[in-house]
Write a protein that binds this ligand. Structure first.
Ligand SMILES: [Zn+2]
Ligand SMILES: [Zn+2]
Length: 279
């Protein structure tokens, strides 16, 4: 009998975690990167006005709420949730979070079909890499969620609600409506999965959080030409610090050198040699 996706997911995936899970780092006084198992979520703002960027893995709602209470006090509630994209490891706990907190969610127009129950992502492609995470990826949940009551398109002028001074940037490729967030004033970038700082296909590297500039996670990326253009776009912003959807935050010369390297060697480093979305 076919098992429902969720139970498959619990059996096959939850044991996987990283040494950084449950830990957070203040990248800047108002930018906090928190690692939930294998994925990062970001809290941006002050106790009076802050947002949550992405919502981690499934079943992490309590942990995420505890983290926010610890950071901003018992009654702290984010003004909104901003989604870089809708993959399960970025929207995992959103339904439970929204049960407690009546707050709006913002995402790119092109991502809305996956957030309103209209479309599913293609299943992960195991053929993109020899790494174990890539091999496990077809078992990850790929179905879109339905948060129609809460989700709104991001403003078309590039501003981000409750994130003063920040702009959203369309960085498709990994998903159609993927976005990154950039604050010009101090050149801070929240990249989502447009590029990451860990080779996300490898279980060993994910667990140890070995730092290594990488393109978007391969098993899920459907449009490699767009993904390349998106990395170029982000490199051109000359960010000084970057928080990525997976891996450790990166800054300064290491960031600029690594990003340039990724642009120049994108085909070798980022793009899989074979796989469903390459040929
Ligand atoms: Zn993703
Ligand atoms: Zn991801």
């Amino acid at each position: 009998m076919e098992q429902p996706q969720d139970s498959k997911f619990e059996e096959s995936f939850l044991p996987m975690t990283s040494i950084g899970s449950g830990m957070g780092v203040s990248v800047l006084p108002d930018v906090y990167c928190y690692t939930d198992q294998i994925v990062n979520l970001v809290v941006v703002g002050t106790p009076y006005e802050f947002v949550l960027i992405d919502t981690g893995m499934p079943k992490s709602a309590e942990q995420i709420k505890d983290m926010i209470k610890e950071r901003f006090g018992e009654n702290a509630v984010p003004k909104a949730i901003i989604l870089t994209h809708g993959h399960f490891d970025h929207v995992g706990s959103i339904v439970s979070i929204l049960e407690d907190w009546e707050i709006p969610v913002y995402a790119h127009d092109d991502e809305l079909p996956y957030l309103t129950g209209k479309k599913d992502y293609p299943p992960g492609d195991p053929n993109v890499d020899h790494g174990l995470v890539a091999k496990m990826s077809p078992m990850f949940p790929n179905h879109g969620i339905d948060i129609s009551k809460h989700v709104h398109p991001l403003p078309s002028d590039g501003t981000v609600p409750h994130m003063n001074g920040w702009k959203w940037i369309h960085t498709p490729g990994h998903t159609p409506g993927h976005i990154s967030l950039f604050r010009e004033q101090d050149r801070t970038l929240i990249a989502g999965d447009a590029f990451v700082t860990v080779k996300q296909e490898s279980l060993y590297k994910v667990i140890t959080q070995t730092k290594e500039i990488s393109g978007p996670p391969r098993y899920y990326t459907t449009d490699w030409d767009a993904a390349y253009e998106s990395v170029k776009k982000l490199e051109a912003l000359k960010p000084k610090v970057a928080v990525t959807g997976h891996g450790i935050p990166i800054s300064g010369e290491e960031l600029s050198k690594d990003l340039q390297y990724l642009v120049v060697h994108f085909d070798e480093i980022a793009k899989p040699e074979s796989g469903r979305f390459v040929n």
